[in-house]
Design a protein around this ligand. Structure first.
Ligand code: MG
Ligand code: ZN
Length: 370
């Protein structure tokens, strides 16, 4: 009798979703410390972008409204009030302020700073990144590469050979195969045991966890969400399940909604709307994974605001007209949403470098660099 009942009970508890389609996040009991970390970065996403998303989609219908733990980070870089994505991501990856444009290096002499991905990979955690841009773009690069400038994309691609990451789903194959130095980094990755795949079907990946893999979703930049890109939520689910099999110790996964920022630079509200929808689905996937095991800490934030977006009144009393005030980044504080073991660490208002420190603290670990 027990054998018949057990699978039914397991399905009931593991499917932490209500009938309305919302995840019942708060019926889950958490482990004392997280085993897994999922850091989701909406590049260029701050409060106005989230607010526009909430009003476009309808109150109560976004994943952001499911969180109970919310904080703010101060996004400035070490030399400018308004950060770029390289310094912004390096603050998260290394826990240190750096100059705009620097990838995993610190002033004054461009000293490489060990990143959380590298530290955890060295200690036997499975690690991965899933992004909607090229692998060499500033945000993913800042977790695995060490270069003076974000523009050194061929050098950034070479840095991927220096850290034993487990999975990468990203665009930008050309930085690995069509290079000024004529090196074929795809062959180099294969020599290191990586399975290399292309496209967005995400088929024939070694999802049993036996081998590391890279799936290039595009030769250069992946398309926009409104232009048909749908792989980010699916890739996040695949990466979580794969990384869980890959190491018993736990995993670190960085996921980036990369093009929220590009929509801001372009002052394109339709592009922004589609990117926020896609990022919402992606965050939802991560939360579903976290709610299914109670041992995963999910952190969702942006690196900075982009576009100086204002939600000004529209023609009717309930309408709004999202209006950009610049084509650049701004100094707005950025919301931080957290869910999972030790999520309360992310309450309050703090520096962007504290996100790194809070992740380390949540894991119950200490790293030598601070
Ligand atoms: Mg980015
Ligand atoms: Zn930007």
């Amino acid at each position: 009798m027990r054998h018949i009942l057990l699978p039914i009970v397991l399905v009931f508890f593991s499917c932490a979703a209500s009938r309305k389609g919302n995840i019942d996040l708060h019926a889950v009991s958490f482990a004392q410390h997280p085993k897994n970390i999922i850091l989701l970065i909406g590049d260029g996403m701050s409060l106005p972008q989230v607010a526009a998303h909430v009003y476009w989609k309808g109150l109560g219908k976004t994943i952001f409204e499911q969180f109970r733990v919310i904080g703010f980070h101060e996004s400035h870089s070490c030399n400018e009030l308004v950060t770029d994505s390289a310094a912004g991501a390096t603050a998260f990856s290394c826990g240190k302020k750096t100059t705009n444009g620097a990838i995993g290096t610190l002033p004054p002499d461009n000293i490489p700073c060990p990143t959380i991905l590298e530290d955890l990979a060295r200690e036997g955690f499975a690690t991965g990144m899933v992004v909607a841009c090229t692998a060499t773009h500033a945000t993913p690069a800042s977790f695995i590469a060490h270069q003076e400038l974000r523009a050194f994309t061929d050098e950034i691609a070479l840095d991927y050979l220096k850290t034993p990451f487990d999975c990468l789903i990203a665009g930008g194959e050309s930085n690995f195969s069509d290079r000024y130095d004529k090196l074929n980094l795809l062959d180099s990755l294969r020599m290191k045991g990586y399975v290399i795949r292309r496209g967005t079907r995400l088929k024939r990946l070694p999802l049993d966890g036996a081998k590391p893999f890279v799936n290039f979703t595009a030769e250069h930049e992946p398309p926009t969400a409104s232009g048909g890109r749908t792989y980010l939520p699916r890739s996040t689910k695949i990466a979580c399940e794969y990384l869980q099999k890959r190491s018993k110790k736990g995993f670190f996964l960085m996921v980036e909604g990369s093009q929220i920022d590009w929509a801001g630079h372009a002052n394109d509200r339709n592009w922004l709307r589609a990117e926020m929808d896609d990022f919402d689905k992606t965050v939802r996937t991560a939360l579903e994974f976290a709610a299914s095991n109670g041992e995963t800490l999910v952190i969702v934030t942006g690196d900075h605001e982009c576009g100086g977006l204002a939600l000004i009144p529209g023609s009717g009393k309930k309408d709004f007209k999202p209006t950009f005030s610049t084509r650049l980044h701004t100094a707005s504080m950025v919301p931080v949403y957290a869910y999972g073991p030790m999520d309360e660490l992310f309450l309050g208002q703090y520096d962007n470098t504290d996100i790194y420190k809070k992740i380390v603290q949540a894991l119950g670990r200490s790293f030598p660099q601070y």
